[in-house]
Design a protein around this ligand. Structure first.
Ligand SMILES: Cc1cc2nc3c(=O)[nH]c(=O)nc-3n(C[C@H](O)[C@H](O)[C@H](O)COP(=O)(O)OP(=O)(O)OC[C@H]3O[C@@H](n4cnc5c(N)ncnc54)[C@H](O)[C@@H]3O)c2cc1C
Length: 299
């Protein structure tokens, strides 16, 4: 075990697990080990981890529920912090505050149940509130930054920051101004709506997602970003790539925008299939697909 890891384990305020397999936690169910995985339960613990790892000179990767990442088979060096244990939700009038590790969909459900609108069409997006803030996750014409008003975060030295919406820049599945920061909580400014109408919209969206997406197999959602004026899934389907396989990875027959792990896929299988799809779509259509998913570590 590296000397920094011994020191970190000794001083950390929460469990730090050496060699934990990412495949056991990431939604792709593939990928190599984290050199060290820390599991903070609060923003105070996260802050302490950030300052300890910074003083030890260790690189840090902050993750949520790992539903939009692929870790290479050789693993991810340095410290990985999983924020999924940092949960909590509170409502104050039309304001909803959610801790970074709160499951996104539980925040949406709470808002709909309280008759607050602005999140309902994002029902069923997997992952955490922190991950959604970093990715500007969205679906069915609604995205995280439509209603996000503030982000609480800690920086690399463990200092707490409060970021206002006006100080950030966001676009489709991308946010500028959060690099190097760990999101600890997000505040949403919602509007009053009718609880039955919101519940009905939520049910409609959940049913639409179940009908379109291969939710029975491990994946990390849409692999590629939507190219301007089109859909990656439409292009992939039009190129006849549904069902294309590499090892245990396959382009989903149900939704061509997803790569699924049909059993025993390695990260190299998934990565190789991503590259092949991009190449074949470029050759056939001239469109260069860009990855939405985040590749981490060594492949
Ligand atoms: C079946 C399925 C369907 C999906 N459908 C959608 C969809 O409709 N729309 C959509 O937008 N996405 C979708 N996704 C992708 C994914 O669920 C979202 O991107 C989600 O917001 C990622 O959250 P996470 O907690 O899993 O983040 P992770 O995958 O853990 O991390 C994603 C990125 O966010 C960063 N990050 C995570 N937490 C923090 C934090 N606390 N502080 C700082 N950075 C952080 C990570 O470093 C990484 O860069 C889908 C995925 C699956 C498996």
């Amino acid at each position: 075990m590296a000397a920094w890891l011994e020191e970190l384990k000794e001083a950390a305020p929460c469990p730090v697990l050496p060699g934990e397999p990412s495949a056991a936690r990431a939604s792709y169910r593939a990928g190599g080990p984290f050199e060290a995985l820390a599991l903070p339960a609060s923003s105070a613990e996260l802050s302490r981890l950030m300052s300890l790892s910074s003083s030890l000179g260790v690189p840090v990767t902050v993750l949520g529920a790992m539903t939009n990442v692929l870790v290479g088979d050789k693993g991810l060096p340095g410290l990985t912090v999983c924020t999924a244990g940092m949960t909590g939700l509170s409502l104050d009038g039309t304001s909803l505050r959610a801790a970074a590790g709160e499951p996104w969909d539980s925040a949406v459900r709470a808002a709909c149940g309280a008759g607050l609108c602005g999140l309902e069409r994002t029902s069923g997006i997997p992952g955490t509130v922190g991950g959604a803030a970093k990715m500007n996750a969205g679906a069915y014409g609604q995205e995280t930054f439509d209603t996000l008003s503030e982000i609480e975060a800690v920086d690399r030295r463990g200092e707490r920051l409060l970021l206002q919406r006006s100080g950030l820049r966001w676009s489709y599945r991308a946010v500028e101004g959060l690099d190097g920061l760990a999101v600890t909580a997000v505040v949403f400014s919602l509007k009053r709506g009718s609880p039955p109408a919101l519940e009905a919209e939520r049910e409609r969206i959940l049913a639409a997602r179940a009908a379109k997406q291969p939710l029975d197999l491990p994946s990390a959602g849409s692999v590629f970003r939507r190219p301007p004026g089109d859909y990656a899934s439409r292009l992939i389907d039009a190129c006849g790539l549904k069902g294309l396989t590499r090892g245990g990875a396959a382009v989903s027959e149900k939704h061509a925008g997803f790569i699924v792990n049909t059993g025993g896929a390695t990260a190299a299988d998934i990565r190789g299939l991503m590259d092949e799809v991009r190449e074949r779509v470029r050759e056939r259509t001239g469109v260069e697909l860009r990855l939405e998913q985040v590749l981490l570590g060594d492949f």
